[in-house]
Structure formats: C-alpha cells, structure tokens
Design a binder for this molecule. Sequence first.
Ligand code: C2O
Ligand code: CU
Length: 428
Amino acid sequence: AKTHHHTWNITYQYKSPDCFRKLAVTINGESPGPTIRAAQGDTLVVTVHNMLDTENTAIHWHGIRQIGSPWADGTAGVTQCPILPGETFTYRFVVDRPGTYMYHAHYGMQRVAGLDGMLVVSVPDGVAEPFAYDGEHTVLLMDWWHQSVYEQAVGLASVPMVFVGEPQSLLINGRGVFNCSPPAASNGGGAACNAFGGECGWPTLFTASPGKTYRLRIGSLTSLASLSFEIEGHTMTVVEADGYYVTPVVVKNLFIYSGETYSVLVTADQDPSRSYWAAETHPWHLHGHDFWVLGYGDGRYDPADVVLQNANALARNVSEVHPWHLHGHDFWVLGYGEGKFVPEVDGPGLNAASARGGAVMKNTVALHPMGWTAVRFRASNPGVWLFHCHLEAHVYMGMGVVFEEGVDVLPRLPASIMGCGRTKGHHY
Ligand code: C2O
Ligand code: CU
C-alpha cells in the first residue's frame, strides 16, 4: 500500500462557472478541487492550510468510514475544532474500500461555495472488477447560486426565515450555463454577468472513442436539488452505488440525490460524427435544463454543437426529499414505504430482506415525502458520527443528529483535534 501526500491551500477566488462572477472557496485556486485517486488500502495524507481571512474550514471525506481514525472525519464541531484562518490541519486516513467517493467542506455552508471534489479508490493492482471498461471520467454534480453563501446562511438563520430559493444553475465538474442576456439576467445579472467574456459557459467535454465503454463515476453534492442525469441517445448501466457493486441495471436516466455516488457504464455506440449532450435536470421541473456536451472522436469542441437553455426558470420543488447521510459507516437499506411506519406491519418484511442479504448498502439514502425509509448499521466503529440530511440548507437549520459510539474504547485522541486557536494544547 502507498501513501499519497497532498497539500491544499484553501483560498477565496472569483469564479464564473456559469458566466456569473461569484466569490468561491477553492482548493489551490480550483473549484471543484482535484480528483484524488488512491488504491484500496492506501493512506491519504492531506495537509490543509486555511488561507481564508475570515472563516474557518474543515474537510470531510464523504463515504470513507475512517475505521480507527474518527478524528480525521473532518466534521467541524463534531470530530474536530474547525481549522481557524491561518492554521494548518493534516488529515491522515486509510481508504479501505474501492469505490467512488467525494470530499467537501463541513463547516457552515462552505460546501456550497465550491469547496468540494471527488475521491476515487481503485481496486488494488491485480484485482479484477466484476465489469470491464476502456476508460473513466468523474462527473461531479452541483447546484449553484449567485447569492453568496453568507447571505444564504444569514437568511436561513433569520426570523422570519429567508429561504435560498432555487439555484440559478446546475454545474457538471464546475461548469454550468446561465443566460446573461436581458431579461434573463435580471435575475441576478448585471455587471457580474459575463464579466469574464468568452471564458465562461464552456461545457465540460468528455471525449470517447467509438465502440469503447466508459465508466462514469457520478457524485452529487447539490445543496438542494434532486437531479436526473442522462446522456442523449445513450443508455447507462449502473454498476456501483456508494462504493458497493450492484446488480447491473440499464437506465435511460439516473436519479441522484445529494450525497450519493454511482458508477455507470456507457458505450459510445452512436453516430461518431456528432456530439451528445449529458444533462442534469430537476426531474420534477423539466422546463429548466442545463446541458453539457459529451464529445466523440478527437475531442475538439465545435461551437456549432452548443445548445444553451436558460436554467433560471426552475420553479420551487413541490416535494421535499431528504437524503440522509451517515458518517463513519455504511448501512443496509432495509426498505421504504409510504405513510407512517408500522412496526407490526412493516417490520417483519424488513428483517426478512436483510436476512436474505438482499438489502442494498449505502451511506446516503433518500427519505421521500410522506414516507419512511428504514436503515440498519452495525455500531462497530467507535467515534462520534454525524447523521444528517445532506441538503446544505437543511443541515444548516439543524437537521441532523450525532451518534456517540463506543467513545469509552477510543484510544487517546490526537492533540490536533482538541481546542480551537489559542485554547489548543491546553489540557482539560
Ligand atoms: Cu457529505 Cu456530513 O456529509
Ligand atoms: Cu433535508
């Protein structure tokens, strides 16, 4: 097993992922940050310098269970003191299972300011996966607001509450489309719109060779939106969810909630003389679309290929789904249903499914409106673990709980997680 070292400077930068200039929180100037790659059993050492002048940070490794290293979970206020401006914190942990994971800030609403990225854990050399492919791409889905996260946070904490509303754009790998032309731009347009001219509005381009099969590792870190991801003219075969292989299933579109990851296989089996759009949409409001290009052939981008549609007309979601995410564990999804869970009626079926080994393992699962979802996990990883709705606005408003698990058997905690700022190093 190898050890991979990364050094990150967390800084503010102006970014215009969708033509609209906004202050973003970046890793070494990038948002999203770099895709981290490692093999099963490797150790990651990430040294984080907080170079933000006015706010704390902490980085969570979403889907990594942190077995034996709960203090590296990166949850400010739960597993560590936040990293104060000017301070440095080093995360060291083992990636124990292959799969598609993510990382993101876990302080305030900072994730939504762009501090996020993907973490890919491959199988060790010489180990085969249960499916074959010729290449792979990571696909990180986000929703994006033009209002700063600071204003959003103040609104959510105000009485009466000012809700964040619908996102102005949806991003794929930090690229989105917003129509700066009036009157579209009247919704948050103005001087900040198109500030960087031609640099913005270029979609992410994934290249593919005819006949080849690609693995797309798709993750969603939306703040609010539940998405449907699809690729024009192609089907996708889902093969992995949250780090677990699944029985392959062929879909036209993939519904994905914030905090979930999937791998899909896509074969470039269509006319290679043109490009195809990969799109993420709000499934319930199909009048607002964002589009990205999936290119064939030599990967050269052809501006004739561009179809832009306005994404700022998205109506407020009528239904509220809460994708619940558990730190430090994966859980069995025992079942879900409508209405109120009745133990005598619904219970026996759940237990039977898990006894058969038929339950799906996940770290994030959707709780549908007016319904229930039952999960089970083994409390085998001592630590303090957050269990929360993965919608940033909801967790900011307090939709989460902390499990204290076997804290009496934890070894001595590292000094680096104890105390904030000048209290650090003092003994209690
Ligand atoms: Cu990705 Cu506590 O979350
Ligand atoms: Cu929620």
